[in-house]
Design a protein around this ligand. Structure first.
Ligand code: ADP
Ligand code: MG
Length: 694
């Protein structure tokens, strides 16, 4: 039952909605249909269907804005309708996932969450009737862990494959295997016109379908001298365009949400006749849709690199490119994630400039010199698998039965050191044994909706009577944005406001204090007052809402564990804080640090790697008056910092295998020194021995 474009279009043209037989199409639907039919992809619907019918794996590449993300899933949905199965379309980013799902539901004239839905971690709008599901690549990957054949889907579309995120790479590998087991499964891999040779080589038998959209020439201007003050420079350029240049909207790329908010507020203040719209992932779904609204004034959209390929905004004629982006990079040797504002690649610069020439010739202002572009920018960004932390992905593959992940068929194999670090971490957590085989705990951990490392905290919390607190902390650690908000202009005021939640020996307990205060406010205050309450306390209401959702979901999965818990201590108990700190110590022992007595600049040194680091200034422990701490993150944004730390007693740690002399962390390559941490551990051990002797 293959369909033709003509048949599908006739269905689309009919007065009744073919997806909802009893309902008539709205008038807005026909208006949209008219403009959709003009997209480059729609003009070649039959050709696409021919390729689709003839092949199992199809690679689609085309200019951004040609209609890949919104139209192709619809073509496939119509074609696969009779199969009764779902069509999945993945996106690397949450923001793009919800945005395109909303758009496609409108185009098909169905309520979001019914025939068309989306699913991102901890937030979904789907139902029994959902037949087209936009989802993040991470979510499809976790679905795949319990269904290697993708059996509820007739077709899986991996979108934005050129971004080569770790999750998309893993999905490509899993789908490659699934297609050989399930001949009826179709796989469509879509990408912008960059970085695709590697993918082509990985799927030798696949059909290709290229869409050449109309692109107009874009004039490129460089700075003659580079400047570190890119925000002010950008504001100057916007002003120049707005005053001097013919009509056409502006798209400005900046690296961080902080930069974006600052620039937006300055622009709004100075130009009342300019519609200034921010676009970054922390914004609510409603505010994200504002970029598509009509405006009587010139629009100026200030965005992160989400507007590079995933979201297309029509009407852009001027692009201003700061040449910067935020790239999280994981350093396996130090187990540190680095979040640095770094230069983009040449490929990204080209993409950004291309955004100006969608509807007519445009201009791109690059806030860097031509020399910087030619000499400092790398050709294209390396794939995520070479830059990320792998522990949870390795665990997932092991749960799926791929025991020797080292020989797995990756598009690009991960660096052996990153891979070995991942194995070591899983071993420290007790999720794999000495032979690398997954343990029963490892299996449970892999199924959690939060990072697998939290299972140990749950088990330990159960022993110590603070399981609920550990679940709260896991939820807090899993939100996209921190619950403590520190808007750039009011950072210091925010820090003062946060003092009321501060616990001098533990940032984790400070977080719990804030969450619990929010929850009791929720019980007593009405909805409007809650917003004010959060605002005054400098707490992020959306993040807190997300925490509660994630927590409730975790509580449901951990129900059986919760039923076996005895509440050993209550929140007003003196023991309460101690039990929480002890639980954290015993579950995150591999992330502990000790006062760096020799060092003068960095107050601490991580035990595992012997790496000097400071404590983040937001922490209540930043003065360094505690000897032993465990930390949640080791990050660097220029300076290495331990973040979210809790003071611990070394006596809680000494009996763990990890700290026994013979089991001190083994190094992977042997070319860096063992940490020397024995002294104060030994002291603690002597102390406890003495107590036992007495
Ligand atoms: P591609 O995936 O090839 O980059 P898309 O399918 O995302 O292209 O976009 C096709 C067209 O749909 C573009 O002109 C874009 O502006 C429009 N579009 C996409 N999402 C929305 C939305 N939420 N609101 C209005 N227009 C949208
Ligand atoms: Mg797209």
């Amino acid at each position: 039952n293959q369909t033709t474009a003509e048949q599908a279009e006739a269905l689309e043209n009919s007065r009744a909605n073919p997806l909802r037989a009893h309902e008539l199409h709205s008038s807005n639907y026909f208006q949209l249909l008219n403009s959709r039919r003009k997209l480059p992809v729609s003009l070649r619907r039959q050709e696409f269907l021919d390729v689709y019918h003839d092949s199992q794996i199809i690679l689609v590449s085309g200019e951004t804005g040609s209609g890949k993300t919104t139209q192709i899933p619809q073509f496939i949905l119509f074609d696969e309708w009779a199969s009764g199965k779902k069509v999945a379309c993945t996106q690397p980013r949450r923001l793009a996932t919800t945005s395109v799902a909303t758009r496609t539901a409108t185009e098909l004239d169905v309520p979001l969450g019914e025939e068309v839905g989306y699913s991102v971690r901890f937030d979904k709008m789907t139902s029994e009737t959902t037949r087209l599901k936009y989802m993040t690549d991470g979510l499809l990957l976790s679905e795949a862990s319990s269904d290697r054949d993708f059996s509820s889907y007739s077709c899986v579309i991996l979108d934005e494959a050129h971004e080569r995120t770790l999750n998309t790479d893993l999905l490509m590998a899993l789908l490659k295997m699934a297609t050989s087991r399930r001949p009826s499964l179709k796989v469509v891999i879509m990408s912008a016109t960059l970085n695709i040779d590697k993918i082509r080589g990985y799927f030798p038998g696949a059909a290709t379908f290229e869409i050449s959209g109309k692109v107009h020439p874009v004039q490129i201007h460089y700075l003659s001298q580079s400047t570190p003050r890119y925000c002010y420079c950008a504001i100057g350029v916007v002003k120049h365009i707005h005053k001097m240049m013919p009509e056409g909207d502006i798209l400005l790329f900046l690296p961080t949400s902080g930069d974006i908010e600052m620039v937006c507020s300055i622009l709004r203040h100075h130009h009342k006749d300019l519609t200034v719209i921010p676009l970054y992932s922390a914004l609510s779904r409603a505010r994200q849709q504002e970029i598509f609204k009509e405006s009587i004034f010139r629009k100026c959209i200030v965005a992160t690199n989400v507007a590079e390929t995933s979201i297309t905004i029509d009407g852009i004629v001027y692009v201003i490119d700061s040449g910067l982006e935020i790239r999280p990079v994981y350093n396996p040797r130090l187990r540190m994630s680095t979040v640095l504002t770094s230069p983009i690649s040449k490929a990204s610069a080209k993409q950004r400039a291309g955004r100006a020439g969608r509807t007519r010739p445009g201009i791109c202002f690059r806030l860097y010199t031509e020399e910087t572009h030619n000499t400092c920018f790398i050709p294209s960004a390396p794939p995520g698998i070479l830059e990320g932390e792998l522990a949870s992905q390795i665990l997932l593959l092991k749960v799926m039965g791929f025991d020797s992940v080292g020989t797995f068929d990756f598009v690009d194999p991960p660096h052996p050191e990153v891979y070995l670090r991942g194995l070591q971490d899983l071993h420290s957590m007790g999720y794999i044994d000495d032979k690398g085989t997954i343990t029963p705990n490892g299996r449970v951990a892999a199924r959690l909706s939060v990072h697998p490392k939290w299972l140990n905290a749950f088990l330990e919390g159960q022993k110590n009577g603070c399981l609920r607190e550990m679940i709260d902390l896991a939820a807090i650690a899993s939100t996209q944005h921190p619950i403590f908000s520190r808007p750039p202009p009011a950072r210091f005021v925010a820090d003062i406001a946060h003092q009321r939640f501060a616990c001098p020996s533990s940032d984790h307990i400070s977080q719990l204090n804030a969450l619990h205060a929010y929850e009791s406010a929720m019980k007593t205050e009405n909805r409007l007052r809650i917003n004010q309450w959060c605002f005054d306390a400098f707490l992020d209401r959306r993040a807190l809402g997300e925490v509660v959702r994630i927590r409730d979901q975790l509580v449901t999965t951990l129900q059986t564990m919760l039923n076996n818990t005895k509440e050993i201590c209550a929140p007003d108990d003196v023991e309460y804080d101690t039990q929480i700190r002890k639980t954290l110590a015993r579950s995150f022992f591999y992330q502990c640090a000790i006062k760096n007595s020799g060092g003068n600049y960095y107050l601490y040194k991580t035990v595992h790697e012997g790496q000097p680091a400071g404590i983040h200034p937001e922490s209540a422990l930043c003065w360094g008056n505690k000897e032993w701490i465990v930390y949640s993150e080791f990050v660097s944004s220029g300076t290495p910092y331990l973040q979210t730390v809790t003071a611990v007693d070394p006596a809680w740690l000494i009996d763990l295998d990890f700290f026994q002399d013979e089991n001190l962390p083994k190094t992977v390559t042997g070319d860096f020194k063992q940490p020397r941490v024995k002294t104060s551990l030994d002291k603690a051990r002597e102390k406890t021995n003495k107590v036992e002797e007495d």
